[in-house]
Design a protein around this ligand. Structure first.
Ligand code: DWN
Length: 413
């Protein structure tokens, strides 16, 4: 199996005019958690660096790690966060209203994970189908009554699904578009699978938020692309689709929900799209200088966070991590924050507890350890859920425990 390939052309426009602006070093895949007995084995590391496409503005990793390595057995589930479940409730409601879905309607979720989103759709009486390559999660979804095809989505999968289930009235893809290498094939498949009056709704982290809030740790091997509206619009129009609306979301450090329909022939670009594209221009998303400045801001953040942690360690303080997130594994590996600084990490995901983080080999424990052990500080590695976590751990806070939030700036609360 080819484990990794170098990107030579832009994933969106195929241009070779790629400008590398950030190199975070070599590190293991971000959800490559290890069992105790695996710690002694050599760990595969892959380059983590980023290109800006001078032709269309699409931002993407310099290498593509084989998705089978990353997604065959997957430990990320969105259902650990109330914020995500609230977002799914809203997405299902909005989509059903948009197309007036009923019991004859079919909703397909690409990257359906454990079926959480489709469970909300199912409550409207529509037919649902999940498509996801993670065997472990597909099993859970099926057990929860969500029919799921366990495979990667592609033109071939789209043809098979259309033959077996018919066209879809709603196709969703939340936090999966950024993970897809063969975007052209997937968008071709969506276009074939979507009914003429159907909607295709995507949600992905928004490049404008990533750049403005220095969210460098959301750059990892699972996220092949970092997307802004302008290059995305140009790309989807090649597949007979058009954007009908876009909505910025607070989740995952700042995301964007984009609703598409089949091209209606009108050349009119919705005002929200025009506004977002002008905002992207205003913040320099289509200038190389912006990305050079971004790299500098990452260095400043590294110095600020590491010196803060070192100072507390010098004072004899005990610090732990909170949230064994993929982004946390990037931050700890990139900044060299290991067991010398974090005694352990607590996390609510059952599949991660008892394991060790990739690269830094920091042990992961259930959340209850925080109150049992009462360290001085908890570094919130899942900073995108800081409010939810601090609310949940009020007792730790009232007992004198302090939280360190690393992004967008180092803050102690
Ligand atoms: O795209 C992706 C994003 C959406 O999610 C995936 N490729 C991978 C994943 O990235 P992540 O692992 O950085 O996602 P999260 O959801 O930000 O990770 C949060 C972590 O924090 C989870 O392991 C769960 C944990 N958590 C916790 O321990 N207590 C979360 C909450 C809200 C909590 O209260």
């Amino acid at each position: 199996m080819v484990k990794v390939r170098n990107l030579t052309r832009c994933r969106a426009c195929q241009s070779r005019r790629l400008y590398q602006f950030l190199d975070l070093g070599e590190m293991p895949i971000p959800n490559g958690f290890l069992k105790k007995e695996e710690l002694k084995k050599p760990e595969e590391k892959f380059e983590l660096a980023v290109f800006y496409c001078r032709n269309c503005g699409f931002v993407q990793l310099t290498v593509v790690v084989n998705p089978i390595i990353m997604f065959k057995n997957y430990v990320y589930i969105p259902s650990t966060a109330k914020v995500m479940m609230n977002n799914f409730t809203n997405l299902a409601y909005t989509a059903v209203q948009e197309v007036g879905a009923g019991e004859k309607s079919l909703v397909i979720d690409i990257g359906s994970n454990d079926g959480s989103l489709l469970t909300f759709f199912k409550s409207y009486g529509v037919k649902v189908l999940g498509i996801d390559p993670a065997e472990n999660l597909a099993k859970i979804a099926i057990m929860n009554g969500i029919p799921t095809e366990c495979k990667l989505f592609s033109l071939k999968t789209a043809a098979e699904v259309k033959k077996k289930y018919g066209k879809a009235d709603i196709i969703t893809a939340t936090n999966v578009i950024a993970h897809i290498d063969n975007l052209h094939e997937v968008l071709g498949g969506v276009s074939k699978l979507l009914s003429d009056d159907g909607v295709f709704i995507t949600e992905f982290p928004y490049l404008l938020d990533l750049v403005r809030k220095t969210e460098f740790d959301t750059i990892y091997h699972e996220h092949l692309s970092y997307i802004s509206v302008k290059p995305w619009r140009k790309l989807i129009e090649r597949f007979g689709l058009e954007i009908v609306s876009a909505q910025r979301l607070l989740i995952h450090g700042g995301s964007i929900r984009i609703t598409h329909r089949k091209k209606s022939g009108s050349k009119k670009i919705p005002d929200t799209i025009k506004y977002l594209e002008s905002l992207e221009e205003h913040f320099g998303l289509y200038k190389e200088k912006t990305y050079d400045n971004f790299s500098l801001k990452v260095e400043l953040l590294r110095n600020e966070l590491v010196s803060t942690l070192k100072e507390y360690k010098k004072q004899g303080k005990r610090i732990v991590g909170y949230g064994a997130a993929a982004k946390g594994n990037v931050l700890t590996n990139c900044f060299g924050i290991g067991k010398n600084m974090l005694d352990y990490i607590v996390d609510s995901t059952p599949y991660k507890q008892g394991l060790f983080t990739p690269g830094m080999h920091i042990p992961v424990y259930p959340e209850r350890k925080l109150l049992e052990d009462k360290p001085d500080f908890a570094l919130i590695l899942a900073w995108n859920f800081a409010d939810e976590i601090i609310e949940k751990q009020k007792a730790f806070h009232r007992g004198g425990g302090r939280f360190i939030i690393p992004i967008p700036k180092v803050r102690v609360v």
